[in-house]
Write a protein that binds this ligand. Structure first.
Ligand SMILES: [Zn+2]
Length: 243
């Protein structure tokens, strides 16, 4: 990920100065299908703007590890192989977004996942007076997502990632770093990937319209070069912050 360190430092101090004058916060929801590159971009934006990336998977695992009340509840469902219900997820998010590192904002990555979750998040942000400023949506065609996910290869030994089309190892089927054997993860099989995308389309994609109607949506072409996508996202967030 090509980020210029020097400009990053300048920007960070700039952001801090402006934040000190009671500048507008940056509360962001990041939408995009699996394989859209959303997680990587969210992590770079988090670094650039000095606000935490809140990934549902991560904070769920954290809550479970820390054995918080909600974490214990979540674990019961996970042990039974069931989906963690909305009210538990929302409770964990509610606890997270009021922590001190979220004072200048946050980037939600993987939440909300359904319109029901979005509605209760709306109520919560209204109640706590922490309104969402912008919803980013990375737009990638289903065919490209399938190509990206189905071509992934992982090293059995060191876990390094490769791609049969976009990131080839030096020797076919062999890790360039440790010479371990590469394998194809079962959840990257095409029928599994298509099933995941179908679930995303049915349950999460309606959020794009939901936030468009609220005037919060900003759509970015996720098929562009990774650095161009990042620059566009930065432009959107800087625009939001200045308004
Ligand atoms: Zn390896």
């Amino acid at each position: 990920m090509p980020i210029n360190k020097a400009s990053l430092l300048v920007l960070e101090s700039f952001v801090r100065q402006r934040g000190a004058k009671g500048e507008k916060k940056l509360r962001v929801i990041f939408l995009g299908p699996p394989g859209s590159g959303k997680g990587t971009q969210a992590s770079c934006l988090s670094e650039k703007f000095g606000i935490p990336q809140i990934s549902t998977g991560d904070i769920l695992r954290e809550a479970v590890t820390n054995k918080t009340g909600l974490g214990i509840k979540a674990k019961e469902y996970m042990n039974k192989g069931e989906l963690v219900p909305d009210e538990v997820i929302i409770g964990i998010i509610r606890d997270r977004v009021v922590q001190t590192d979220c004072e200048n904002g946050f980037i939600l990555d993987g939440f909300p996942r359904t319109v029901v979750q979005a509605e209760s998040f709306d109520e919560m942000t209204k109640e706590k007076n922490i309104p969402v400023d912008v919803v980013l949506s990375l737009d990638v065609s289903e065919e490209l997502v399938v190509r990206r996910l189905c071509g992934r290869m992982v090293c059995k030994e060191c876990g390094n990632n490769y791609h049969t089309e976009f990131n080839l190892p030096k020797k076919k089927g062999i890790c360039s770093r440790c010479e371990g054997k590469l394998y194809h993860r079962p959840d990257d099989e095409e029928d599994v990937v298509r099933q995941r995308l179908k679930v995303y389309k049915e349950t999460t994609e309606p959020l794009v319209d939901y936030y468009r109607q609220k005037g919060l949506l900003s759509v970015i072409n996720g098929e562009d070069e990774i650095s161009n996508i990042f620059n566009q996202l930065v432009n959107v967030l800087e625009g939001v912050r200045e308004n």
